[in-house]
Design a protein around this ligand. Structure first.
Ligand code: CA
Length: 237
């Protein structure tokens, strides 16, 4: 039991540089991950033995034992052989890249990197290595909904939703592009026995839009005049 799908994915950050640890922790948590930190190889091995993470972000240049060597040790141990590892490094030479991947890392990110690039790489490695993570996750455009933890993010921002807006978004995420009228949404999201005015749907759509549409991002909910609503990226955006 490694926790994938029952909790937010947990990322172990192995890095000795405090400013980078802070940057990584902040951005990963904002994107809906839990984090733990180890400052050298020994701490990393202890942290992995104590609570196996869902992914390790491993700096190459560490005191005492290099990231490459830690990666090799993780790959030798049957317990951690399949643990996803992304190497972080200031090196960008082709030979180093090959050495990094030969040590068994799943991916390789060269410093300096943008937080959104790193998070995209983390998600890509997790999708590839952890199908369970994918199954419990609904995505459309830059929206990610984690069904197990009930968390929603857009890009690298966590979105706070009320329970009705969460159900409404989930219903739409499962059927992107399809138009639903108010009665259909009432039946599916509130239940057929609910004694609610169809106009209530508009109120919750408005709240959902307000929560999801961050400054500078396109509106993902299309209003179809006299027909209803659809989750759809407006091509005009
Ligand atoms: Ca370092």
């Amino acid at each position: 039991m490694d926790g994938a799908g029952t909790l937010l994915p947990n990322i172990l950050i192995v890095e000795d540089e405090p400013a980078l640890v802070e940057l990584l922790t902040y951005n990963l948590e904002k994107a809906g991950f839990r984090t733990a930190v180890a400052r050298d190889g020994e701490e990393a091995m202890l942290a992995v033995a104590e609570a196996k993470p869902d992914l390790v972000l491993l700096d190459w240049m560490l005191p005492y034992v290099s990231g490459i060597e830690i990666c090799r040790r993780l790959r030798r141990d049957p317990e951690t052989r399949d643990l996803p590892v992304i190497l972080l490094t200031a090196r960008g030479e082709e030979g180093d890249r090959i050495r990094g991947l030969e040590s068994g890392a799943d991916d390789y990110v060269v410093k300096p990197f943008s937080p959104s690039e790193l998070i995209a790489r983390v998600r890509a490695v997790m999708r590839r290595t952890r199908p369970a993570f994918d199954k419990d996750t609904l995505t459309y455009s830059d929206i990610v909904m984690d069904l197990a933890s009930h968390r929603v993010s857009r890009g690298d921002q966590i979105i706070e939703l009320g329970p009705t807006e969460f159900r409404l978004l989930r219903f739409l995420l499962e059927r992107p592009g399809r138009v639903f009228d108010r009665e259909q949404l009432l039946d599916h999201v509130w239940g057929q026995d609910a004694d609610i005015e169809p106009r209530t749907v508009d109120v919750h759509i408005r709240r959902l839009r307000k929560a999801m549409n961050l400054p500078g991002t396109p509106d993902l909910i299309r209003t179809v005049r006299s027909a209803g609503y659809a989750l759809e990226l407006d091509p005009a955006n």
